[in-house]
Each structure stands twice: as C-alpha cells, then as structure tokens.
Design a protein around this ligand. Structure first.
Ligand code: IMP
Ligand code: MG
Length: 180
C-alpha cells in the first residue's frame, strides 16, 4: 500500500453506506423502545464521531430528545494491536448523577475501552449505563462485556472507515471496509 495514494481501490467494502443507514434506523427504534429517561448519549472519540452523528439524528427521528456529550479515550496508538491500556484524553462535562447514559463506540473488540468507559461513567453517579456499538468483533474479547445494542457482527479482520482509522487514515470513508 502506498500511503501517499489517496485511492481506496485496495479497500474491500464490507458494509456500504446504505446498509449502515438502514441498521442505524433500526437501532434508533430499539433504543427508543428501551424507555430511557433524561437520556445522555456519550460517543467515544475519536472513532464514534460518524456513528454518533448518524445515530443521534436517527434518535431524533425516533422521537427522542437526548443530550449529547463526548468522552475521548485512547488505547490504540497507531498500530492495529491494542496497547491494553486505556487513557482518558477528555472527560464529559455533563452532569451524570441519576441520569440514564448511553455510551456509543464504533467497534467492540477486546472490550477494554467500553468496560473502562462504563466504569468511569458509573463512578460519576449515572443511574443506568447502557452501551451501543456499531460493530461487534467477539473473537478478540479479553474482558467479559457485551453491548446492549449492536449494529453488526464484524469478522476478525482490521476494518477502517465510517470513523475508524488505521494510523489516522480512512476515518472519512462513508462505508466500513477492510484493507486488502
Ligand atoms: P477494544 O478496547 O479492544 O474493545 O477496542 C475498541 C477500540 O479499538 C475501538 O474504539 C476502535 O477505536 C479500536 N479498534 C478496534 N478494532 C478496530 C478495527 O478493526 N479497526 C479500527 N479500529 C479498531
Ligand atoms: Mg475508538
């Protein structure tokens, strides 16, 4: 792969924009049926920025009026192997005491990131802490956690696009793909 080449010819599309949009619409309905109260949605940056933006608009269409804040966590560096250590780069500002919080992540792999975010938000006094991931890669799980809402099962390959990167590239792609 030539890293100066902006071409994406070597990326195989696993989930196209339409498949993602349809699933997000369904996820929003599932979330609306869960009857959260005073819902605060917290996408995990950076990877969830695109998923968060689309899911939040779908939640609005599904009749919800969530508040939104962000948490910025880092575990990956620039490689494809998790460092196994999660670092907080930014905490949410919103008060969480007694509230229902829905944490969003792009992909659930080892589970360390989501477990860490859940613990942190529970420790801030949230009432009900739920999780929603676009992709679930269960093969790589190191921590016993499953997401309450899941978009798609993901094969055990490194994926990029729709917010997800490899070495800071490909986050802008409107689809999820694998590098060939
Ligand atoms: P976990 O802590 O191992 O569950 O990993 C979660 C984080 O690692 C996600 O938020 C992603 O940012 C990143 N990640 C895991 N797998 C992939 C992948 O296949 N492509 C891109 N990022 C990934
Ligand atoms: Mg991430």
């Amino acid at each position: 792969m030539n890293s100066d080449d902006p071409s994406t010819a070597h990326i195989e599309i696993l989930l196209d924009a339409r498949q993602i949009a349809l699933r997000i619409e369904q996820l929003a309905k599932e979330i609306a049926e869960a009857r959260f109260s005073e819902l605060l949605v917290i996408p995990i940056l950076k990877g969830s920025f695109m998923f968060g933006a689309d899911l939040l608009r779908a939640l609005h269409t599904a009749g919800l009026k969530p508040e939104v804040d962000f948490i910025f966590l880092s575990s990956y560096g620039t490689g494809t192997q998790s460092s196994g250590r999660v670092e907080v780069l930014r905490e949410p500002e919103a008060g969480m005491k007694g509230r229902d919080v829905l944490i969003l992540d792009d992909i659930l792999e080892s589970g360390r990131t989501l477990a860490f975010a859940k613990d942190l938000i529970a420790a801030r006094g949230a009432n009900r802490v739920s999780t929603c991931v676009l992709l679930d890669k269960p093969v790589e799980r190191a921590v016993d956690i499953c997401a309450d809402f899941r978009g798609f099962d993901c094969p055990d390959v490194f994926v990029v696009g729709y917010g997800m990167d490899i070495a800071h590239r490909y986050r802008e792609l409107p689809y999820v793909g694998r590098i060939m």
